[in-house]
Design a protein. Sequence first.
Length: 116
Amino acid sequence: VELVESGGGLVQAGGSLRLSCAASGRTLSSYVMGWFRQAPGKEREFVAAISWNGGKTNYTDSVKGRFTISRDNAKNTVYLQMNNLKPEDTAVYYCNAWSGAGASYWGPGTQVTVSS
């Protein structure tokens, strides 16, 4: 599975961005999909995840109520809608596909910078 993130950029605090993660090589419909982020000098951290059919979602506390993860299996794409962005959301955002049987795939990441 090859994953490619897009949609990152520079935005002012309070603004919004929508990240996309497009997959090729295999359908994503059987994978749990997640978004992670890594800020400079920090470890990569979990942001959000969505079950294979979109029926379940999970978020880290700091983004609850501001970020929404969704997926379109027909388009083999996962999204992360980010609203009310804060400077502490600045990071490289990574898409992850997890099969549940040990296989895990990562995209190269997309930079999100939030200015105050």
